[in-house]
Ligand binder design. Structure first.
Ligand code: AKG
Length: 459
C-alpha cells in the first residue's frame, strides 16, 4: 500500500546555524531537520570507510572484533514482540556474516553498540554543538539511572551513544524513541531512508485501544486492527553519507539502509523536552499500574511493585527520575553560584540558559507534585553529602565546560572542590539543602530563579 507523503525534511548547512537558532527552530518547535557539513574531521569517517565508500570491515574487525555486543545484533527478518529478535555475538562474528543475504537466513543489523563507553580513548567523533546539552548522557557518565541495576540492563542503560552498522536492506521498525528523548543520527557511510510521523498523527498508527502500534509500515497493515492507518501523512527523507538527522521528541519513525551503512547516534534530553519525558513516564506508570490492578488487594507493597515494573519496562521509575532531577537542579545551582562570584551580568547567555533550565525543572516538579499523591516518600538528596561525591563533581565540571563551549565563553579557572565547599548558608539557606519531595524541589528552583532574576535583563 502506498503511503501518503506530506513533505520532505529540510536540509540545512550546520556551519551556518548558531546554537540558539537550532534551539529556537528545531528543539523548541520539535521538528526534524538534516544538517550537513558537520562531520568532516571525524576519525570514524576516515578509519571506518574504505576507498570504495563501503564500510571498512577489515578495520572494524581488526580493531573492535573482540567487542561482545550483548543482545545488540538484530535479525531484521524475525519479529519478537514489538521489536526485531536480538542475538548475542562478537563484532568479528557479526562482520564475518555481513551481507550474507540468503533467503531464510537471518539479516543481521548491529544496533545500540555502546561504542564510546567501550572505547573511551578512540575519539571516533565529536558530537556537534547542537547536541551537547545532553542531560541524559552527562548524568549516565557519572550515575546509574537505576538504584538496583541488573547486569543486562546495566549495559543497555550505561549510556545512550550508539554505533549502528548493517548491510543494504537492514532496517528499523516503526517506533518512537526511548524516554521520549530527542535523537540524532550521523551517517558515517551509506544512505538511509527515513519515514516520520508527527506526534499529532500518532493515533493513526495505533490500534483502537491505543495499546499496540504498527510494526512495519510497508507490510500489509490489517485495517481491522489499525483502522486509521491509511489516514497517516508521512514525512520522508533520504539521508546521504556525512549528513546528520535530528529526530524530534516523540516522532514515530521507520528507517531503511539503502546501502551498506554505518551510523552514530545519541539519544538525549534537556530543558526543552524534559516535561515530555515526565509525561511519558507518568503515562507508562498508569499503564503498569492498570496491568496489575487485579492483585492490588493481595499485594503488600503495590506501589513498590508498580515502580519496579515501570523501571523494567521504561528504563526508569519515579524515584530514579526524581533523584536525577534533584541532582541536575543542584548541578545547575552550582553553575549559578560560580557565575554569581564573577560578574554575572557579563554572562547573559549563560544566565538565560540557566533560567530556562530551572523553569523546565520547575514545570516538571509541579507536574510530579500533582501526580505523586500515591507515592511514598522520595529519597532525600542532601547537598552537604552530594557535594562530596566524585560523581557530582564530575557532573558539575562537564556541564560547566559544555556550557562554556556552547556560549563561546573563555573558561575561568574552575576548581570544583573549592567551588562546592564555597557554597554555604549565606548563599543557600540550609533549609534548602535536603530535598525529598517535589515541593522542596520547587522551593529550591524558586530560590535559583529569584537569584537569576536579580541580574540585568534576565527576568
Ligand atoms: O538507523 C536506524 O536504523 C534507526 C535509528 C533510529 O531509529 C534513531 O536514531 O532514532
Amino acid at each position: 500500500m502506498g503511503l501518503k507523503i506530506g513533505g520532505q525534511i529540510e536540509k540545512v548547512n550546520g556551519k551556518e546555524l548558531s546554537y540558539s537558532d537550532f534551539g529556537d527552530k528545531y528543539l523548541a518547535r520539535n521538528e526534524p531537520v538534516v544538517l550537513t557539513g558537520l562531520m568532516e574531521d571525524w576519525r570514524a569517517c576516515h578509519d571506518w570507510v574504505s576507498d570504495s565508500g563501503k564500510p571498512n570491515l577489515d578495520f572494524l574487525s581488526t580493531h573492535f572484533g573482540n567487542s561482545k555486543v550483548q543482545y545488540q545484533v538484530a535479525d531484521c527478518r524475525t519479529r519478537k514482540l514489538t521489536d526485531q529478535k536480538r542475538v548475542e555475538m562478537s563484532v568479528s562474528d557479526f562482520v564475518g556474516q555481513w551481507g550474507d543475504d540468503i533467503k531464510g537466513n537471518a539479516l543481521l543489523y548491529l544496533k545500540d553498540w555502546h561504542f564510546v563507553k567501550e572505547y573511551l580513548d578512540y575519539n571516533a567523533y565529536n558530537a556537534p554543538l547542537f547536541f551537547r546539552d545532553d542531560w541524559l548522557n552527562f548524568y549516565l557518565d557519572n550515575y546509574h539511572m537505576h538504584t538496583h541495576p541488573d547486569p543486562i540492563n546495566e549495559i543497555s542503560c550505561s549510556d545512550y551513544r550508539f554505533v549502528y552498522m548493517g548491510a543494504k536492506g537492514t532496517w528499523t521498525p516503526l517506533h518512537a524513541d526511548v524516554f521520549r528523548s530527542y535523537s540524532w543520527s550521523a551517517n558515517v557511510c551509506g544512505r538511509k531512508k527515513w519515514y516520520f510521523l508527527s506526534p499529532s498523527q500518532h493515533t493513526f498508527v495505533f490500534d483502537r485501544y491505543m495499546k499496540n502500534s504498527v510494526y512495519d509500515i510497508f507490510e500489509e497493515v490489517n485495517e481491522k486492527i489499525f483502522p486509521h492507518f491509511k489516514k497517516a501523512i508521512w514525512w520522508e527523507c533520504t539521508q546521504e553519507e556525512n549528513e546528520i538527522i535530528f529526530v524530534p521528541s516523540g516522532w514515530f519513525h521507520q528507517v531503511l539502509n539503502l546501502d551498506d551503512a554505518i551510523s552514530i547516534n545519541h539519544n538525549w534530553f534537556n530543558a526543552y523536552n524534559l516535561p515530555w519525558v515526565w509525561d511519558l513516564l507518568l503515562r507508562d506508570y498508569k499503564e503498569a499500574k492498570e496491568y496489575i490492578e487485579d492483585i492490588k488487594d493481595i499485594c503488600d507493597d503495590f506501589e513498590g511493585l508498580c515502580q519496579r515494573n515501570l523501571a523494567t519496562n521504561t528504563g526508569m521509575n519515579f524515584y530514579d527520575f526524581f533523584i536525577f532531577l534533584v541532582r541536575m537542579a543542584f548541578a545547575n545551582l552550582v553553575q549559578l553560584y560560580v557565575l554569581s562570584r564573577n560578574n554575572i551580568n557579563s554572562e547573559e547567555k549563560r544566565v538565560q540558559h540557566l533560567v530556562f533550565n530551572f523553569q523546565s525543572i520547575r514545570t516538571v516538579a509541579l507536574k510530579m507534585k500533582s501526580a505523586s499523591c500515591e507515592m511514598n516518600q522520595y529519597t532525600t538528596v542532601d547537598f552537604s553529602l552530594l557535594r562530596k561525591e566524585q560523581e557530582f563533581k564530575q557532573l558539575c565540571t562537564s556541564i560547566w565546560k559544555t556550557y562554556d563551549t556552547l556560549h563561546d565563553q573563555g573558561s575561568e579557572n574552575y576548581n570544583v572542590n573549592e567551588v562546592l565547599l564555597g557554597i554555604d548558608e549565606n548563599f543557600l539557606s540550609t533549609s534548602s539543602w535536603c530535598i525529598n519531595s517535589p515541593e522542596n524541589l520547587i522551593s529550591l528552583v524558586d530560590f535559583a530563579l529569584d537569584k537569576l532574576g536579580e541580574c540585568d535583563g534576565c527576568s
